[in-house]
Design a protein around this ligand. Structure first.
Ligand code: ATP
Length: 343
């Protein structure tokens, strides 16, 4: 059931086309992520939905009603920004109350709603502090509480975690997901961090150059990338020439691809049923405890292999010849245009 509908969105800035005919829909309660490299059009798309930017062509509808003629403050959409955008001279509680005051909500209702929002983001104890006395993660929680407190129909988040350090990013990422589920709001989240997108989303929309490459669940995006771009942008992918490692020639296949974690260390000379194997020279070996990484040169390719749960004494010196194997079922195939081919 579509709740938000974007159809044929095009945005031009002079000679630059930031959005090149983008269409998708988001269901009620869904966590939908726009993922792509810098400049792919994520922010432009988000700002067009919020109403801060006007599309050159196309349509945006929320709950069946066209949005484009509605000014931003009447769209009933909450927004969380990368740089928090909170008022430094207002206390935490006053920052959160701001949108309700502007809507002339009764004081007693404001008090209750602010208390509820602060409890949700675990800031109740800090309600009378000024933002300068808070950490980055706490400041971003104000941003989230302020967006939620007006009970918007849609929540938009533009890289809300990118100014936080790694540990805080993980904590707040899980918190954002929990809050979104609890209040059941449809959310659109912008990030260029593929791991964050996989972790937080119901569905991910991968964009490149103003166009959609693929929309799917994290499992579909990672497990069945629709294009070579998605395959390489989300996670690491070894790209192999069509004739590499004795693979059979299949019409239409211009490139094979294989995830590093699908490569295994094989016994020298061993042949496994249904598997392909090859020998290569180790360039780098990195032991990381729960996994080990190998860079191997073989038949003109440089491959990355990721060995899960390596034996505690595993050590492979550079320059050594080793044998790796993989199942053919784990190969992805792409045509000359970079689109997924079924084999
Ligand atoms: P980032 O992750 O770096 O924020 P993004 O995916 O959000 O990138 P956008 O900011 O939407 O990308 O930009 C898309 C394209 O449109 C880029 O090529 C950008 O240079 C261009 N662009 C964005 N805003 C403007 C503007 N106001 N004037 C001209 N060109 C713009």
């Amino acid at each position: 059931m579509a709740y938000l509908n974007v159809e044929g969105a095009i945005k031009r800035y002079g000679a630059t086309t930031a959005l090149n005919g983008v269409s998708f829909s988001v269901a009620k309660g869904e966590f939908f992520t726009l993922l792509g490299p810098s400049g792919c059009g994520k922010t432009t798309l988000l700002r067009s939905i919020a109403g801060f930017s006007q599309l050159s062509e196309g349509r945006v509808a929320l709950d069946g009603a066209d949005l484009l003629a509605v000014p931003p403050h009447k769209r009933d959409i909450g927004m969380v920004f990368q740089d928090y955008a909170i008022f430094p001279h207002l206390t935490v509680a006053e920052n959160v109350a701001f949108g309700l005051k502007a809507r002339k909500v009764a004081t007693s209702v404001i008090r209750d709603r602010v208390a509820e929002a602060l409890a949700t983001v675990r800031l109740s104890a800090l309600s009378e502090r000024l933002p300068a006395a808070l950490s980055g993660g706490q400041q971003q929680r104000i941003g989230i509480a302020r967006a939620m407190v007006v009970k918007p129909r849609l929540l938009l988040m533009d890289e809300p975690l990118s100014n936080l350090d790694a540990k805080l990013r993980l904590d707040l990422r899980d918190e954002i997901r929990d809050i979104q589920r609890t209040i059941g709001i449809a959310a659109i989240y912008v990030t260029h961090d593929q791991e964050e997108a996989l972790a937080i989303s119901d569905r991910i929309c991968v964009m490149d150059g103003g166009s959609i490459e693929q929309i799917g669940t994290p499992q579909q995006i990672y497990g069945q990338p629709a294009t070579r771009f998605v395959a390489s942008f989300v996670g690491t992918m070894n790209l192999l020439s069509p004739e590499a490692f004795g693979l059979p020639a299949v019409p239409g296949v211009a490139q094979w691809a294989l995830r590093p974690e699908r490569l295994r260390l094989a016994e020298a000379g061993a042949t496994e049923h249904g598997a392909s194997g090859f020998s290569g020279l180790v360039e780098h070996f990195t032991y990381l405890g729960r996994e080990a990484h190998l860079t191997v040169k073989a038949q003109g390719h440089r491959l990355v292999a990721q060995i899960a749960a390596p034996p505690p004494d595993l050590a492979i010196e550079a320059g050594r010849e080793i044998r790796l194997s993989f199942d053919r079922a784990d190969l992805h195939a792409f045509d000359a245009a970079g689109r997924r081919v079924r084999t």
